[in-house]
Design a protein around this ligand. Structure first.
Ligand SMILES: [Zn+2]
Ligand SMILES: [Zn+2]
Length: 574
């Protein structure tokens, strides 16, 4: 860190720097395009923007010249002054700008703040660096449309956004991460690798191609066998259920704007946005005994939720997705053992996905909550004891639980420093009460079970997208749609390659490169498709009855026999 940066960043906040950079862009735009009307220019979480009413629309090609002008003004090292001015004077100053006049009217009191640098003035409540010379490391990123006061019925404006940092290194790091995020955007990878696509004919509903479906199936298969081993029972419930059920569960009241409705035989139905009510109907189907508890009903439940088109984002935010959704019906005493089990499963599943470090959050009773103090205390103690038994550190999110119960959330930080939730277990006192769930206890009396809602991948589709970005397209071996491809050096090895392909295909997902391209271009193509293994056969390999194993990172292993290879595959797929 340079001494300058240290001084600057200890004297000012990033917000002050970025807000000052917003003034700087307004100043530059006015010098370049004098008739532009200025509106507002705040700092944002990762930069700043300024909204303009230009005389002609700005284009991306304008950004370099605006940036250059900003640097020029910065070099003038103008002092940034902030003073108070009477509203009357300010109205005169901004008499030709109806936006500023409107802002002045909205400010309480008799005076308003004015920022001045050289001959540039702006209405402003303050918070700047000392001079334009302190603004050195900034970048303009985008031009987008906006509206005055974010209201579509108001004047359409143009927003130029950018960011600023105290040092060159910080700006560069920001740009690298931004480039990586663009480069490894799962939407782009999904298209390149033929995994999935989106179509206007079904906005927000992903289409999974054969290779993408292989990944989803692998995720599903692993979860299914893990949960089966842990004595979970798989069920399936209908995609559409009657209106009355959704009214009873409370979804109709609180969630109907996100639900799709239909009418069958003059009865109203809704497509399920959640799987809980369906599972509950199975629980209620007959009287339950304490001997059956805990009853763990799991379902790969596909839900549909109406999301606004503006918030849709690849597989991260869709209108239809599948949840690995378990509802555990148990007694208050069984919560702890179930959580211990759940922690074990989450850890195992995430480890299999290559995620070793999890952050755990325990959300406790909010101010407004249902259920007795006793129930809450017992439940939270159960959760804490389970976490302590597992020896895992956790953070308590005091009062962050839902009104109907506390929850545990597992999160991980990906390779681009973004935090994702991978696993939640939510306790629920409400639905058992709501649906009058019961079990016959050992003394013959009727008691109320609690429900634990458990999801580990959460949305399988979203989890797939997260893994794609985290691994920059290189999925772990067991998830790769094509795990290996056989390459040959010349035509002569093709018969050996075909025989090997036939004998390996029951062990892994394998392809045979039948092209007559050079080995170098065969390798390049396999790398492009992010295939983890290249099995190379040349003259020497045929003679020795071995192969050369080339990994996607370029590492090569020579003289590998078929037996060693199969052994390796079994380990990796295990
Ligand atoms: Zn200001
Ligand atoms: Zn649920």
């Amino acid at each position: 860190m340079s001494a300058d940066k240290k001084n600057l960043s200890s004297s000012y906040t990033l917000e002050q720097l970025r807000h000052s950079t917003a003034h700087l862009i307004a100043h530059a735009v006015l010098e370049l395009f004098p008739d532009t009307q200025l509106t507002i220019g705040p700092a944002t979480t990762d930069g700043f923007f300024y909204d303009f009413l230009p005389t002609r629309n700005f284009k991306l090609e304008d950004l370099p010249s605006i940036e250059a002008k900003m640097h020029e003004i910065a070099k003038r090292n103008l002092g940034i002054e902030h003073t108070q001015m009477s509203k009357e004077e300010a109205r005169k100053l901004f008499k030709d700008n109806r936006f500023k006049l409107e802002l002045i009217d909205g400010i309480p009191g008799e005076t308003v703040g004015i920022a001045t640098q050289g001959d540039f003035v702006d209405l402003c409540k303050g918070g700047h660096v000392a001079s334009t010379g302190q603004i050195q490391f900034f970048k303009l990123n985008a031009i987008s449309g906006s509206y005055w006061r974010a209201d579509k019925t108001n004047t359409a404006l143009q927003r130029i956004s950018g960011t600023a940092f105290f040092s060159k290194e910080d700006l560069e790091m920001y740009e690298q991460k931004k480039e990586a995020a663009i480069l490894y955007d799962h939407r782009k990878i999904g298209k390149q690798l033929d995994y999935f696509s989106f179509h206007d004919e079904g906005v927000g509903f992903p289409f999974f191609h054969h290779k993408g479906k292989i990944v989803l199936n692998a995720l599903r298969h692993f979860m299914r066998s893990t949960l089966q081993d842990a004595h979970y029972c798989e069920i399936e419930t209908p995609a559409m259920l009657s209106d009355e059920l959704w009214r009873c569960s409370g979804h109709y009241e609180f969630y109907r704007n996100n639900m799709y409705f239909s009418n069958i035989d003059e009865k109203n139905y809704a497509v399920k946005p959640m799987n809980c009510p369906g599972s509950i109907l199975i629980y209620k189907e007959r009287p339950r005994s304490y001997r059956e508890l805990p009853l763990r009903l799991m379902e790969f439940g596909k839900v549909h939720r109406h999301e606004l088109s503006g918030v849709l984002h690849g597989l991260f935010r869709v209108r239809a997705f599948t949840i690995d959704d378990t509802h555990i019906y148990c007694t208050l005493d069984q919560i702890e053992q179930e959580i211990v089990k759940n922690i074990g499963i989450v850890t195992k599943v995430m480890k299999k996905c290559g995620i070793d470090t999890l952050q755990i959050f325990l959300s406790t009773r909010p101010e407004k909550a249902m259920g007795s103090d006793e129930m809450w205390t017992a439940a939270i103690d159960g959760l804490k004891n389970a976490l302590d038994k597992a020896g895992l550190p956790y953070t308590i999110a005091e009062g962050d639980g839902a009104f109907y119960g506390p929850k545990i959330e597992f999160k991980f930080t990906d390779s681009m420093d973004r935090v994702w939730t991978c696993g939640t277990i939510q306790l629920d006192f409400f639905q058992p009460e709501n649906f009058n769930l019961q079990y016959v206890s050992s003394d013959g009396s009727l008691k109320r079970p609690v429900i634990l809602h458990q999801a580990i991948y959460g949305s399988l589709e979203r989890f797939f997208g997260v893994l794609l970005e985290h691994y920059k397209g290189h999925l772990p071996f067991w998830l790769s749609p094509v795990q290996a491809r056989i390459l040959t050096i010349s035509e002569e090895q093709k018969p050996t390659a075909l025989a090997l392909f036939e004998s390996l295909k029951k062990h892994l997902r394998i392809e045979l490169d039948t092209s007559s391209e050079t080995l170098a271009s065969q390798i390049k193509d396999a790398q492009l498709h992010k295939i983890p293994w290249m099995i190379i056969i040349g003259k020497k390999e045929v003679e020795n009855n071995t192969i050369t194993l080339r990994h996607v990172d370029g590492k090569q292993e020579f003289g590998i026999t078929k037996e060693i290879l199969i052994d390796r595959i079994q380990q990796l797929n295990a």
